[in-house]
Design a protein around this ligand. Sequence first.
Ligand code: OAD
Length: 256
Amino acid sequence: MESIAHLDPHNLCGNFAKAKELLSKATNVVVFTGAGMSAESGISTFRDPDTGAFWGKVDPTIFATMDGFQENPDIVWEWYMGLFEKMTSVKPNRGHELVAELQKKFNVTIITQNIDNLHERARVGNEKIIHLHGPGGIRCTNCDLVMPTDHLCTIMDKDFDPKVCISCGHPTRPDVVWFGEDLPKEPWQEAVAAMYDCDVCIVIGTSGQVEPAASLPALARTIISINTRAEDHARLAFDAITLTGKASEILSTLTE
Ligand code: OAD
């Protein structure tokens, strides 16, 4: 008999069945997200080939390191202010909404590498949201006063200099973790604990190339990986259940 495996090369049907079975027994669910989660909202990812990803357009050694920032403050500031404006102008997509709705059935913790706050904006319950790479916005390098992105964008047109702390007058910086910097301690510890405690970790839209975040899902008992690129599942864990496709479409089927 002729094989029909070629019609479902990623074994989506079988993997959906396995993923649904896992979720049917789960209580604690972690959703671990990367830039692909927000791609359908119109925000670029960092390293997708051929899609105008950020690190293909600008040099991360300038735009995502303290040395790059100190040597090129004006262009780095301009880029981040543009990015923050873009992030406040877009909306959470169906994928964010479906992630938020998971908390109706499970005890959900969202661990995100994203700084766009779209999980917060899609929130419908009291799920915990942990930011590994910072919340975005700006932070004073002296007194640690923070100004979140949404507030920053409301006062951007006024006579306001984001580079100087409104409280103590010292220099500020984008509230983002750059290469070579430690992740914030408390979010990291909470993320590790959530991974150990969860029954299932759903990983969505990350290439798994940036440590230490990339190693977190391996702490979970079981992983469901959602990604448009089949090759990016493999970096997470060898035994993940893989669902290849857009986050919103895969989540719709997974949660129906
Ligand atoms: P990447 O750009 O490295 O990876 C994005 C992933 O999302 C890729 O694996 C894509 O295949 C996948 N993807 C794209 N569109 C998708 C969609 N609609 N549905 C599902 N998957 C999709 O982004 P991250 O892994 O998040 O750090 O990058 C990690 C960190 O690298 C970022 O937090 C950032 C960057 O340097 C900092 O800026 C500190």
